[in-house]
Design a protein around this ligand. Structure first.
Ligand SMILES: Cc1cc2nc3c(=O)[nH]c(=O)nc-3n(C[C@H](O)[C@H](O)[C@H](O)COP(=O)(O)OP(=O)(O)OC[C@H]3O[C@@H](n4cnc5c(N)ncnc54)[C@H](O)[C@@H]3O)c2cc1C
Length: 302
C-alpha cells in the first residue's frame, strides 16, 4: 500500500508561526513543542490542515471506515483509488488514529504522542521539509511552491502547499477558493514598507480611460505611495496614543501586503487555475495564478 505524506511535526509549527511572520526562522525544538502542545490543547487546529496523508485503498475499504465514523464535518476524501485525510481530522477524530498508527509514529511522532496522551520528546520531532522551493515574483507579490505529494500519475488527491505574498484585496479573492487550507499572517504584524503599487503605467488605467486623460505615471505612483505612507503614519500616532494593535489594524487599506500558506488538492488547484487565469479575472490575480501554473508546469505536474 503506497502512502504519500505532506508535512511534518515542524510544518504545523511553521504554519502557525506565519501569524506573526516568523515562519521562516529557526526555532528551538523545545519551543516548537511548547507551541504544538498549545495549539493541540487549545484546539487551534487549522495549522494541522497543512499536513496530509494520502493512501492507496479501494473505495470499499475507505467507505466502510468513512460511514462507520461519519460526522458532517469529517473531511476524508476518496478519488480513484486514493483516500486523503489531513492531520487536523485525526486530531479532531482520534477514533481514526488506529488506521494511521504506523505513519503517524514515523512521520508525525510529536503529534502522535499528544494524540495518545504521551509526553512528546523534542528530539523525536520530524523536521520541516520547507526549503527555499521554486518561486515566482511580481512587483506586487510572489508565490513559492513549498511542498507537494504529486507524482507522475497526476491524481485528484495530489496535494500542494504554496506560500503566497499578495495585497489583501487579492488574498481575499484567493481565499474564496474554499476547498483548501489557508493560514495567514495576522494584520497586527503589518510591515508598512510593503504596500501594493501597480507595476507599470498601463496597470493604473482601465480600457475606458481615454489616453489623453492619463496622468504622468511617476506622479501617480508617488501620490498613491504618499497617501499610503500618510495613512500609516496616522496609524503610528494611534498606536503611540495607546490604541491596541488589534484595533489599529482596522484602518489598514486593502493595498496592504499579507502572506499566507495555501494547501490544496490538485482537484481544487485546477479549478482555481481555470477560474483565475481566465480573461475575466483581475489582471494581477491572473498573473499570480499564472505564477502558480508556471511553478507546477515546470515540474511536469500539469
Ligand atoms: C472573475 C471572478 C469574479 C468573482 N467575483 C466575485 C464577487 O464579486 N463576489 C464574490 O463573493 N465572489 C466572487 N468570485 C468568487 C467565486 O464566486 C468563487 O467563490 C470562487 O471563484 C471560488 O470558486 P469555487 O466555489 O468553484 O471554489 P472552491 O470554493 O474551492 O470550491 C471548490 C468546489 O467545491 C464545491 N463547493 C465548494 N463550496 C461549495 C458550496 N458551499 N456549495 C456547493 N458546492 C461547493 C464546488 O464544486 C466548487 O467548484 C469571483 C470569481 C471569479 C473567478
Amino acid at each position: 500500500m503506497t502512502i504519500r505524506i505532506l508535512g511534518s511535526d515542524e510544518r504545523v509549527v511553521r504554519v502557525a508561526r506565519i501569524s506573526y511572520a516568523r515562519h521562516d526562522e529557526e526555532f528551538p525544538a523545545e519551543r516548537q513543542l511548547k507551541l504544538l502542545r498549545f495549539l493541540f490543547s487549545r484546539k487551534h487546529l487549522s495549522p494541522f490542515e497543512h499536513c496530509v496523508i494520502v493512501r492507496e485503498e479501494s473505495k470499499e475499504e475507505w467507505a466502510e471506515k468513512f460511514f462507520r465514523h461519519y460526522r458532517p464535518n469529517l473531511l476524508w476524501y476518496w478519488s480513484d483509488g486514493r483516500s486523503a485525510i489531513s492531520l487536523r481530522q485525526l486530531v479532531e477524530f482520534p477514533q481514526l488514529v488506529e488506521y494511521y498508527e504506523d505513519v503517524l509514529q514515523e512521520r508525525f511522532p510529536a503529534v502522535y504522542d499528544l494524540l495518545v496522551g504521551k509526553e512528546p520528546s523534542p528530539d523525536r520531532m520530524t523536521r520541516d521539509d520547507y526549503t527555499e522551493g521554486p518561486s515566482v515574483s511580481f512587483p506586487f507579490g510572489s508565490v513559492q511552491l513549498v511542498a507537494q505529494t504529486a507524482d507522475a500519475q497526476k491524481h485528484d488527491l495530489d496535494y500542494f502547499t504554496f506560500y503566497v505574498r499578495a495585497p489583501i484585496f487579492l488574498a481575499r479573492q484567493w481565499m474564496r477558493h474554499r476547498f483548501g487550507a489557508f493560514n495567514e499572517r495576522s494584520m497586527r504584524y503589518v510591515d508598512p514598507d510593503q504596500i501594493f503599487l501597480p507595476a507599470a503605467a498601463e496597470d493604473f488605467y482601465g480600457p475606458e480611460s481615454a489616453k489623453l486623460k492619463r496622468g504622468d505615471y511617476d506622479a501617480l505612483r508617488r501620490k498613491a505611495s504618499d497617501y499610503l505612507r500618510a495613512l500609516y503614519s496616522v496609524l503610528d500616532v494611534l498606536k503611540e496614543l495607546g490604541v491596541r494593535r488589534e484595533i489599529a489594524r482596522a484602518y489598514y487599506p486593502l493595498g496592504t501586503m499579507t502572506e499566507f500558506f495555501w494547501t490544496v488538492p490538485r482537484l481544487s488547484l485546477m479549478n482555481f487555475l481555470s477560474l483565475r487565469m481566465e480573461a475575466h479575472a483581475q489582471v494581477e490575480m491572473r498573473l499570480l495564478a499564472t505564477g502558480v501554473y508556471r511553478l507546477i508546469s515546470q515540474r511536469g505536474e500539469l
